[in-house]
Design a protein around this ligand. Structure first.
Ligand code: 0PR
Length: 383
C-alpha cells in the first residue's frame, strides 16, 4: 500500500485495465454461465441500498420490509404466499441453510442426506460443514433422479432428501411430485433446489410449456432454493431460500445479544440489503409478463440451438427441458471440441455426467450469437 493516496481519475484508469481483461456477458461469448447481465433496474436499486445491512434489520426497517415482501412474492410464485426465508448470497448458501434446518429439526446421531447424482457440488460443501453423510441416488435414462434408487437409500438416519428443479449440467427437473409423496409417507424433509429453474419453470408453465409440478403446491416440499442472480437477472450475489414453516428458520436461530433483532437464522451476520432491494425492484418492474417473455425467449433460442447442433453434425445428450443444451460428437472427443471452441473465442463449459459440452442459454444470448456459434461449430466438425 502506498503512503499517499492516488487521485480518483487515476484509480479508475488503473482499474479499467483489469476490467478490460474480463469477459462480459454482453459480448455473447459466455455460453457456460448461469449468470447474466444484471438488469439495469436491479442495478439501480442495488446501488441505492449499498449501505443497508440486513444483519441488523432494526437500523434498516425499510429494507427489511422489502425483504419480507420479496419472500412473499417468491413464495406466491412458488405456490405458497406465507413462506419464511431470506435473501442471501446464492444457491450454495441457500442449500446450506436448507440442510442445516433439516438436520437441526430432526436431531439424529448420524444424519444422512440423499441427493441425486446430478445435485450441485454445494451439497458436498453442506455435508462437510454440517457433518452429514452425503448419499447419492442414481439417475434414470433422462438424467432425472431414479425413484427406486432414492427409496432404496432411505434409512433411519435420513434427515433430508433433495430434488433438483433445473439440474446444473442438463437442466432437468426431478420427479418432485413423487419425491413429495415419498417424503410425506416417510416423514422426511424434502428440499427442492430450484436455484436455476425457480425463475423460469413457473413462467414457462404459464406460457403453456408442459413442465411438472415442483413447488410448495406439493405438500411434501419443505424448502426451496431460488436464485435471483441466475434467471432472475439480479446483480450478483443474490440468492433466495424459502421454508414452508417458521420452525425451520427457528431451528437455526442463535441469540444476537446486542443487535436490533433478537435471533438470527442466516449463516452470515452482516448481509446485503441491496440484494433484497434489487430483487424487489425487478419482481415489480418485470412482473409476470416480463419474466414470462424472458423465459420463453430463452427456451425458443434453446430449441433453435438444439436443432442447429444436430444439423451441423453433433448429437444432443438429451432433449432440453429447460434452457440448457448438452451435446457431443461421435468422432471428436469432448475435450477436443472444447479446445477448438475456446480457440475460436467461445467460453463454454463441460458437463461431467455424461461428458459433454454444455450451453446455458441465458438472457444475454441472442439469436445472432447462437448463429455465429453454430457456424463455428460446423467448421469445427469439418476440421
Ligand atoms: N444449485 C444449482 C442447481 C446450481 O446450478 C448452482 C450453481 C447452485 C445451486 C449454487 O449456486 P451459487 O453458485 O449461486 O452458490 N450453478 C452454476 C454452476 O455451478 C453457478 C455458476 C454460475 C457457474 C456462473 C459458473 C458461472 O460462470 O454451474
Amino acid at each position: 500500500m502506498e503512503d499517499k493516496g492516488i487521485p480518483r481519475e487515476q484509480i479508475f484508469r488503473m482499474i479499467r485495465k483489469y476490467k478490460e481483461i474480463d469477459l462480459t456477458h454482453r459480448s455473447g461469448r459466455i455460453l457456460g454461465s448461469m449468470c447474466t447481465c444484471p438488469h439495469p433496474v436491479g442495478v439501480e436499486a442495488y446501488f441505492m441500498f449499498l449501505e443497508s445491512n440486513l444483519g441488523d434489520p432494526g437500523l434498516f426497517p425499510g429494507t427489511k420490509s422489502m425483504e419480507d415482501e420479496v419472500i412473499a412474492m417468491l413464495g406466491e410464485l412458488l405456490g405458497k404466499k406465507d413462506v419464511f426465508g431470506h435473501i442471501i448470497t446464492g444457491g450454495t448458501e441457500a442449500n446450506l441453510m436448507a440442510m442445516r434446518a433439516a438436520r437441526n429439526t430432526l436431531k439424529m446421531d448420524n444424519p444422512e442426506i440423499i441427493v441425486p447424482q446430478s445435485a450441485h457440488f454445494s451439497f458436498r460443501k453442506a455435508a462437510d460443514i454440517l457433518c452429514l453423510k452425503l448419499i447419492k441416488a442414481d439417475l434414470d435414462d433422462d438424467y432425472r433422479v431414479k425413484m427406486a434408487s432414492v427409496e432404496e437409500l432411505i434409512s433411519d438416519n435420513t434427515v433430508a432428501i433433495v430434488g433438483v428443479a433445473g439440474t446444473t449440467e442438463m437442466g432437468k427437473i426431478d420427479p418432485i411430485e413423487e419425491l413429495s409423496d415419498l417424503c410425506l409417507e416417510n416423514d422426511i424433509y424434502l428440499h427442492v433446489d430450484a436455484a436455476f429453474g425457480g425463475y423460469s419453470i413457473p413462467f414457462l408453465k404459464d406460457a403453456g410449456y408442459d413442465l411438472p409440478k415442483f413447488d410448495f403446491s406439493l405438500q411434501g416440499v419443505s424448502s426451496i432454493t431460488i436464485d435471483p442472480h441466475k434467471m432472475g437477472l439480479a446483480p450478483i450475489p443474490t440468492g433466495g431460500i424459502l421454508f414452508r414453516k417458521r420452525k425451520y428458520l427457528e431451528s437455526m436461530a442463535v441469540e444476537t445479544p446486542y443487535l436490533t433483532e433478537e435471533m438470527q437464522s442466516t449463516v452470515v451476520g452482516t448481509r446485503s440489503g441491496a440484494a433484497a432491494a434489487a430483487t424487489w425492484a425487478l419482481l415489480k418492474h418485470l412482473g409476470n409478463e416480463g419474466y414470462r417473455k424472458i423465459a420463453v425467449e430463452c427456451m425458443e433460442i434453446t430449441l433453435f440451438l438444439a436443432e442447429g447442433i444436430m444439423k451441423v453434425g453433433f448429437e444432443l445428450v438429451t432433449p432440453p427441458q429447460l434452457n440448457i443444451v448438452a451435446f457431443r460428437s461421435k468422432k471428436i472427443s469432448v475435450e477436443e471440441i472444447a479446445r477448438r471452441l475456446e480457440d475460436r473465442g467461445w467460453a463454454i463449459s463441460m458437463a461431467s455426467y455424461p461428458e459433454s459440452i454444455r450451453i446455458i442459454v441465458m438472457p444475454h444470448l441472442k439469436r445472432e450469437h447462437i448463429e455465429a456459434f453454430l457456424s463455428d461449430l460446423e467448421i469445427i466438425n469439418q476440421d
